[in-house]
Each structure stands twice: as C-alpha cells, then as structure tokens.
Design a protein around this ligand. Structure first.
Ligand code: PMP
Length: 439
C-alpha cells in the first residue's frame, strides 16, 4: 500500500476538517528551503514548516550534532538527573535573555511551554499566600496553543468553541494592530490603552498573569503592533503586580530580526516561553524561562510549594543538542544578517504589492511579511484554502490564514528563491483580485 493510502486509512491530521481536506502530500526529503515530494515535485517552504525551521531543512551541522548525541545519550529521566546538553542550553538561553530571567523549565512544545508558564505564574501567588488572583489577562486575537490553559488565553481566536464551558477565567484587552504607512496607529493605541486602564481598574488586583505574543500575533493573522504599545501595556500591567509572560514560541530565534522580539520591544517579562525554532526545526523541545524571584517562591521545606509538573521527555538530550547546534549557527552563519536582508527584500515586495487594488495592511518584521486581501483579517475566509491550492500548483508552500497572506521563509532562502517566490505570489494575488478587490 502506498504512503498516501496508509495515511488516509489511519492518520488523523491536525487543524483541519478531515472530510473536506485535500489528501496530504507525501514529502520524502528536504534540503535548504526546499521540500521534495514523492511525486517528484519540489516546494519552496515559505512557512518554515509551521514556523519551526530556522537555518534550512536538514542542516548538516544540526544533523551531525544530533547523530553524535544519539550515540552518546539519547534520553534520561530529568527528575533527579541532568546532562551536559540541558545544562549548557539553559546557560546559553539565560545568557541570551534579559537579566532577571534565570531558570529554565524544559518541556516539549509551544503549548506546554505556555501551560507551564501559566501554572508557574499562578502557583507563585498561591505560594506567597495570595488567593484572590484567579484571573488571567491576554490580548484579543491571541493564540497560545491548544492545551486547556493555552486555549483559555487564546479563546478569542474563535478556535475553541466546544470547550468554552471548561476554560479558565480570562479577561481580554485590545491589541492595537498596525502596518506600514498607518496614520491612525496612535489613536488605535490610545483607545486600546484606555480599554486596558478601565479593565485594570476593575479587575487588576485579581489577575495573576498577563500573557502576550510580543510584536506579532501569529495565528490570528500575523498582526503586528509597535514596540511602544507593548511597552505601555506591560508597564500598566506590571503596576498592578501582575506577572508578565511573553510567548516567544513563534517570534523567538530570529523570526522578528533579533534573537528574541522582547529585545526590540524593550520589555523584560517575568517569564518567557520558547519552542518552535529552538531546535532549528529538528525536534520538539520547549523552554519556559522564569525570573529568579518567581523561582524562589517555589522553594520551601516540603512538596506543597514545589512545581508538580513534568513531562516524560523533559530536556530530551537530542533536542537540547540540536538547540545548541542551532544557536551556534546564528554566529557562524550570520543568521540575523540573512534575516535583515530578507526583510529588506520583503519591504520592496510589499511596496509593489500595496499598489494592487484590494491589498491592505502590508506589514513586515524580520523574516515575516504579510498583507490582507480586502480589509480586516478573517481566518474563515474561503480565500485561504483556494489560494493555498494555487500556491502549491506553482511549487510554493504558502499557507494563508484566511484572507491574510504571509511569507515566513527560513533564513537560508537565497535571494533568487525569494525573488521567485515574491513574483509568483504577486501573480497569484493579481489573478485572484476579482475575488477580493472592489471594482
Ligand atoms: N504560542 C504561539 C505564539 C504559537 O504560535 C504556537 C503555535 N503556532 C503555540 C504557542 C503552540 O505551539 P505548539 O503548536 O508547539 O503547541
């Protein structure tokens, strides 16, 4: 039986309506920014394979580090044991993050990084004897993953209707979206901050933690905000004693042009969540990095104040070895300079795209470029699946979020590959414009 037949018979794929979804495409190999399909076709990976790939597929330096680690220590229980890759990676992450972030708690994926962060922030209040802080605060449109805590703070994304009755108590504050040449951003930010002030006045002392995707909300349509807006929100929140969690699961590891988005935002959180690009896209691994002050609230004479949380594959040595190799590549390959060049090319491309009718809100940061077809982002727009199919026909892996088309290539993409992608995407948008541009 073929791979496709076996898959169709027994596999349940994520995030899709299986009844209507086109058959998944078998991929046999990948290199650089290219995926090679079983039927001989090639696809340029402009989604960095669900936002995880950093330096290109099957990068030999990461592959080599992994192979060496696999022959030395593949895995060991992390309760009561440690190993070099985990200790070295923790040190490297703490060195790369702002000062108060000091303790690395490992898990497996973006959702568990967020889940651990929410639990750490919440329990730390309990450990301090404060029981009134039972709420969380998040941005409207946020997405933080699919486990229960993460769904709760991301419920305004609209993905989790069936679970509404069993989610945590969360307040939502407006996200002041912006884009290139946006004359009204200050008014939008002022309105959002006024909304937040009123919310904090009412509920601020009952909120345990605020969580945000710094500078870019990924899943809700690559919505971007200005650093000063995020700073203003975080300082208002912190004034109420609320712990600040930055979810850098998507924005981390160079995606926004700096190693972490918080560097550009100028915000120092109490906790940061990392995953996706942490291993360069090779293996599932996550880190929840907490401040020393938060960590110390868990220290005590007995188990009652301990963090009773852990996963079987916590700090998997293969994942940690891949992460160390990926971090080293940022130096040896000048990854951030490559991303800066992608950004410049994206800006030129967006300037051209913005001249087409119906294309709105062009925006770019780091290796991310995005635009809307028509107005406001709409995840349920039928344009998404239709355009995705057309992009695939042209050899491009581009996964629009409804009517939001975005590119997020790995840093290794060559200028020629990027120019080809830009030209083809523009052509598709031109051809489809009767579907979204007013005549
Ligand atoms: N946080 C953010 C900002 C994300 O974009 C994602 C995934 N798209 C997650 C958390 C969840 O990560 P995972 O899919 O690895 O659980």
């Amino acid at each position: 039986m073929s791979i496709s037949e076996l898959d169709q018979r027994h596999v349940w794929h994520p995030f899709g309506q299986e009844l209507a979804a086109p058959a998944p495409l078998p991929v046999v190999r990948a290199a650089g920014a290219t995926l090679f399909l079983e039927d001989g076709r090639e696809l340029l990976d402009l989604a960095s394979s669900w936002w995880v790939n950093v330096h290109g597929h099957c990068h030999p330096a990461i592959a080599q580090a992994l192979a060496g680690q696999a022959r030395t220590l593949e895995h060991v229980i992390f309760a009561g044991f440690t190993h070099a890759p985990a200790a070295r990676l923790a040190e490297a992450l703490v060195r790369a993050l702002p000062r108060p972030l000091d303790r690395v708690f490992y898990s497996d994926n973006g959702s568990t990084a967020v889940e651990a962060a929410l639990k750490i922030a919440f329990q730390s209040w309990r450990n301090n004897g404060e029981r009134r802080r039972t709420l969380f605060l998040a941005f409207e449109g946020a997405y933080h993953g699919d486990t229960f805590g993460a769904m709760s703070v991301g419920r305004s994304s609209g993905f989790y209707g069936p679970f509404e009755d069993v989610l945590l108590k969360v307040r939502f504050t407006p996200f002041a979206e912006t884009w290139l040449d946006d004359p009204d951003v200050e008014a939008r930010e002022a309105a959002a901050l006024a909304g937040l002030d009123a919310l904090l006045e009412r509920d601020g002392r009952r909120v345990a933690a605020f969580i945000a995707e710094p500078l870019v909300q990924g899943a809700s349509g690559m919505r971007m905000c200005r650093p000063q807006f995020l700073r203003a929100v975080c300082s208002r929140v912190a004034a109420y004693g609320i712990s600040v969690i930055l979810d850098e699961v998507m924005t981390g590891f160079g995606r926004t042009g700096t190693l972490f988005a918080l560097e550009q935002a100028g915000v120092t959180p109490d906790i940061v969540c990392l995953s996706k690009g942490i291993t360069g896209g090779f293996l599932p691994l996550a880190a929840t990095v907490a401040s020393k002050a938060l960590y110390e609230t868990f220290l005590g004479p007995d188990f009652s104040t301990a963090f009773a949380h852990g996963h079987s594959y916590t700090a998997n040595p293969l994942g940690c070895a891949a992460a160390l190799a990926s971090l080293a590549l940022f130096e040896t390959e000048g990854t951030l300079a490559r991303i800066a060049a992608i950004h410049q090319a994206n800006l030129r491309w967006l300037a051209e795209a913005a001249g087409l009718p119906g294309i709105t809100r062009p925006r770019a940061l780091g290796s991310i470029a995005a635009l809307n077809l028509g107005g406001e982002g709409d995840y349920n727009s039928a344009l998404g699946p239709m355009l995705k199919a057309r992009f695939l026909e042209l050899g491009l892996l581009v996964r629009p979020l409804g009517n939001v088309v975005y590119l997020m290539p790995p840093a290794c993409i060559t200028p020629e590959e990027l120019a080809r992608a830009h030209a083809l995407v523009l052509q598709v948008l031109r051809d489809a414009s009767p579907l979204y541009a007013p005549r």
